[in-house]
Design a protein around this ligand. Sequence first.
Ligand SMILES: O=C(CO)[C@@H](O)[C@H](O)COP(=O)(O)O
Ligand SMILES: [Fe+2]
Length: 216
Amino acid sequence: MALIAPSILSANFANLERDFDLLNQSACDYIHIDVMDGHYVNNLTFGPPVISHLRPLTKKPFDVHLMIDRPERSLKAYKEAGADFLTVHTDATIHLHRTIQEIKEMGLKAGVALNPAQSPEEIRYILRDLDLVLLMSVNPGFGGQSFVPQVLDKIKELKDIRTQGNYSFKIEVDGGVKLDNAKEVLNAGADILVAGSAVFNAPDPLKRIQEFKDIQ
Ligand SMILES: O=C(CO)[C@@H](O)[C@H](O)COP(=O)(O)O
Ligand SMILES: [Fe+2]
């Protein structure tokens, strides 16, 4: 069964408590939290103070996607705020291997994100250390963009690499995932689907999460 991580980027920032109530009632597996700093990406969202206020609202794991420059400077703050998974972009940190080790030493699950133009080859030598590889299927920064179709081949490639290397990381696909392409994304090898606008812009978000969970 697909693991579903609704992205609160498309939630109502003025009423996150109501949207967290909804997520608590849902069958979602993780809550995907997009942190954007206005530097690594043009958009700006929130950081540790907001996340720490969201933490008591749910028991669901926080899947924190850091779209920030130099994430190594603030890993501890995200741990203290309540992150369970911390995912960094390869091109935002200077010593990626060290950053991953620091995330793991704090007892968190470590993820690396690849943008649509990047190859899994870039992270070959750290795959053994990872709990998660996040394949961006849009360019990072905004919700509601269209799925980049070439990512389907990349998902398959990464799944083959995982099988050959006997690695254990999960494959998460983030961006432009809708009900009408989710099956294809899962068949390509995704374990976790991130869905922002598809969930929060749906007439009935709770029903929409269940529809994602029911995909066979
Ligand atoms: O990280 C990002 C965007 O940079 C994503 O997590 C988006 O929030 C996904 O939104 P949709 O494409 O599903 O609307
Ligand atoms: Fe994301």
